[in-house]
Structure formats: C-alpha cells, structure tokens
Design a protein around this ligand. Structure first.
Ligand code: NAD
Length: 471
C-alpha cells in the first residue's frame, strides 16, 4: 500500500484519526485509505483561508500568476508518478490518466496568462470612471469523481489567480490524487491560501452551508447543484455551478460514415460515458442510420474494456458502486422496454464493468434518451427532418454541449446556433480550451468556468469615479 495521503491545512500536512476506504473500481476492492476531515478540520481550514486572504488579495497579479504557473509545472513534472494512482482510484486507463494530469498542468499555465483588466467606462475632460475587479474572500471548491485532477486544477487556478483563498474538497470516491496535489503544492502558495480537505458524504453539505464561504464553485450533478443553491440562499453566497448534460450529436446524411463513427466512438464512450460533455444522444439521419449504426457497433466490438492499468485498455470501469448500480438499472429497464441493445466486447466479471452499448432507436421519452446516463449506454435515434431534430435535441432541461456533423459547414453552423447549449461543435467533440467559457444553458449550470468570463466570476466589481482636477 502507498504512503497515506495527508490533507493540506494552513500550509501543513494534516492526518486524521478517522480514515475512509478508497476502492479500485476495476476490482471493487479497497486499496487505500484517505483522511476523513472532522468538522473541526473544516473550521481550521476556514480559519487558515480567512487569515491568508488579506495578504493574498493584495499580492500583485503577476506574483499570483507566477505561483499558479509554478503549480502547473510541478504537477506536470510529477505526472508519471501521479497517473497510476489516478487510474487506481478513478478507473481511467493509464494513458488517459496521464493526459488528464498533463492537461490540468497546462490549463493552469494558460489560465494564468489571462489578464484581469481594469475597465475604463468614461474618460472625459471632467472625470474618469474605472471598474476594478476585487476578490470575494474564501472560496469553497467541490469536485466530482469523473475528472478529479483536471477539475480541481480549474478551481485552484480560478480562485487563486483572482486573489481569493480556497478550501477544496475532492469527491469521497476519488480523494487520493487531489490530496497528493496538495502535498506537492504545499510550499507553492503562502500558507492558508490553498487548503485541501477530504471526507465522506457529510463533508460537502457541511461546506456548502458554511457561512464563512464567499463563493462556492461546484462541478457535479444537477440534483446536487440544486441542493447547493438552496444552501447558498440564506447568505447569498456566490455560485458557479457546472452541472449535468444530455448532449445531442446530430449527424447529417452527407458525412463520411467511417470517419464520424471513429470520432463518435470516443465522443460518446470516452471515460466509459462518464463525461459531462460526452455525446449522450446520437441523432442520425435516416439515409445513413443503418450504416453508421453498424459501423459504431463494429467499433465497440473491437474496443477493449478492462482494468485501466492493463496495457491496451481503451475503456475502464464505472467509477463507483452506486453509479454502477444506477447505470445497470438503466440497462435492465431499457432491455425490459424491448429495445434492441447492441453490445460491445465482453467485460471482466469482477469490478464495476458494463459493456459499451448502443440502443437502437429507443422511444424519445424512454429514460435512456430523456436522462443523463453517465455510463456506457448511448441511444441512437433516427431522424428525417431538420426542424424535428432541432426540437428533439432541445427538448430537455439540460443544455451543456452539442455537436453537429456535416460536410456543409454553413448548414451545420446554422443548426448549431439554434441548439440550446453552452457549447456547439461542428465535426468535432469534447472540445474546450482555457480561453473559452464553458457553461451550461438551462439546468446544466449557472455561470461559466474558463476564459475571462470564468475568472471574473470569482470577483466583484468596484466602480471608482475620479474627477480630473482636485476639488
Ligand atoms: P455529485 O453531485 O454527486 O458530487 C459532486 C461533489 O459534490 C462531490 O465532491 C460530492 O462529495 C459533493 N457533494 C455531494 N452532495 C453535496 C451537497 N449536498 N453539498 C455540497 N457538496 C456535495 O456529482 P458526481 O456524481 O460526483 O459527478 C457526476 C456529475 O457531474 C454528472 O452529472 C456530470 O454531468 C457532472 N459533471 C459536470 C461537469 C461540467 O463541467 N458541467 C463536469 C464534470 C461532471
């Protein structure tokens, strides 16, 4: 067993007496333990972050950026050591785990390049009006289990670049790599600026209801997002909510079927479907429905699903047992409806594995179409009319991302502009960049992360009215 991970509170490595098991989803067995923060640990982290705030908010932007850049470089340097741990706790195949860690490191460096401007809204002979951006205070960062390192890095960079201090919490299912980040970054920021604590199901609600937080940045399910919004209401705590999605992919009849099938294999099944912006409903024009369906089926029959630590594995397990049971129930319910299920290669019998599965044109109101599966089951849906498919694509409470596939770029763009989604991708999928705001329409979220807009959400404005001459 690896050396136990510690939490980071007030610049110190902190162990706890109570520990929680961390399960390897490829085996279903615990392989390590993680600290379980007590309410007193949360209070210590809060007090440390509050003490650190006055000096950190006054630290010049270039210095804060240098710290975040250094954090990114350190994470990149340790990617080889961190990736196997991420694979063991999250299930993601090793190459993808390393990609996530390097991506997180790169993202921090890129976000650090974004300048927070002072806006001048008036510069007349009589006066100058400036809008400054000030930090909010102590930020609460809550991260899900599907991309623990990338999403933690986003929260660290957004909160700290803008002069806030942070108490960050990983998911109880994937705490270890994030805690290792804390150990790695211990001396990068002044003490108390970055605090990372871990714990069980009780810790998140304790944090989101804590009156000491000026802002909550949360990535996770829409259901939890609603609860967090309710707990933020009494003190009007600021919120950024990155929530669930049920992203449509619309495939027009003029595409190269083989090429699109290859991209949609990853677009739909990457991380075994446990990606907020994965293609979760694939609408295929009737002229190419059968050829594209059959090509996708051939590809999933060829794709190796297994333990992410084994060479050649493309797709890993469902990340945790409750999610495994939820997705398994969806498989059973879809089968009971009489839908044709096209399954991929067989999967290991131990651990939380389910085969990659396509559902052949299920009813639009079936749960596998109407809800976010967040697992390796993807409905293929036949359409013939563009107006109809746009209405069906938009006929959900979600609005995270979307994709349109066609050789006719103008038509694809015109369709994309009519989709209710924070991101529209033409002939590509799973796209986001540090410079581009990522956020959901409708119940997929509130606010955005990334880009200048993402950073500004961690600030408040201060308008300064200055006469040109002294009174
Ligand atoms: P989740 O909502 O169960 O948990 C996310 C985090 O919130 C965890 O750290 C959890 O411990 C904590 N938490 C749970 N209940 C809480 C409460 N009442 N108060 C405060 N914290 C609480 O989400 P999950 O199952 O870990 O993640 C999967 C979901 O995340 C999917 O719906 C997926 O689409 C979504 N997601 C969205 C994005 C995006 O950018 N929009 C990115 C990744 C994942």
């Amino acid at each position: 067993m690896d050396a136990p991970c510690t939490m980071l509170i007030d610049g110190e490595a902190v162990a706890t007496r109570r520990q929680l098991d961390v399960v390897n989803p490829a085996t279903g067995e615990p392989f390590a333990q993680a600290p379980a923060a007590s309410p007193e640990d949360l209070e210590r982290a809060m007090a440390a972050a509050q003490r650190a705030f006055p000096a950190w908010r006054r630290t010049a932007q270039p210095e804060r950026r240098a710290c975040v850049e250094l954090a990114g470089r350190l994470i990149a340097e340790h990617a080889d050591a961190l990736a196997p741990l991420l694979t063991r706790e999250n299930g993601r195949p090793l190459a993808f785990a390393k990609e996530e860690i390097l991506g997180a490191a790169w993202w921090m460096g890129e976000l650090a390049k974004i300048e927070i401007p002072v806006e001048v809204t008036e510069d007349s002979p009589a006066r100058r009006v400036e809008v400054h951006r000030e930090p909010l205070g102590v930020v609460c960062g809550l991260v899900p289990w599907n991309f623990p390192v990338l999403l933690a890095a986003w929260k660290i960079a957004h909160a700290l670049l803008t002069g806030n201090t942070l108490v960050l919490k990983p998911s109880p299912f994937t705490p270890l790599t994030t805690l290792r980040l804390g150990e790695l970054l211990k001396d990068v920021f002044p003490r108390g600026v970055l605090n990372i604590i871990a714990g069980g199901d009780e810790l998140g609600p304790l944090m989101s209801a804590h009156p000491g937080f000026a802002k909550i940045t949360f990535t996770g399910s829409t259901a939890t997002g609603r609860r967090i919004m309710a707990s933020a209401a009494p003190l009007l705590t600021r919120l950024t909510l990155e929530l669930g999605g049920n992203d449509p992919a619309i495939v027009l009849p003029d595409v190269d079927v083989d090429a699109v099938a290859q991209q949609l294999l990853f677009g739909a099944f990457v991380n075994s479907g446990q990606v907020c912006v994965a293609a979760k409903r694939i609408y295929i024009h009737e002229d190419i429905y059968e050829p594209l369906r059959d090509r996708l089926h051939a590809l999933i029959l060829d794709a190796k699903v297994g333990d992410g630590a084994e060479p050649g594995t493309m797709f890993g397990p469902i990340q945790n047992e409750p999610q495994y049971r939820r997705v398994k129930a969806l498989f059973e319910e879809t089968r009971a409806l009489g839908c044709t299920m096209l399954q991929g290669a067989p999967v290991p019998e131990h651990g939380y594995f389910l085969p990659l599965t396509l559902v052949d044109n299920p009813p639009e109101d079936s749960r596998v179409v109407a809800e976010e599966a967040f697992g390796p089951i993807v409905p293929l849906l036949r359409f013939s009319d563009i107006e109809d498919v746009i209405a069906r694509a938009n006929g959900t409470a979600y609005g995270l991302s979307s994709s349109v596939w066609s050789r006719d770029l103008e038509l694809a763009r015109a369709i994309g502009l009519r989709l209710d989604a924070g991101t529209v991708q033409i002939n590509q999928i799973l796209q986001s960049t540090p410079a581009t705001p990522l956020g959901g329409h409708k119940q997929s979220g509130l606010g955005v992360e990334n880009g200048l807009d993402g950073l500004l959400a961690f600030t408040q404005t201060k308008a300064v009215f200055m006469p040109k001459a002294a009174a």
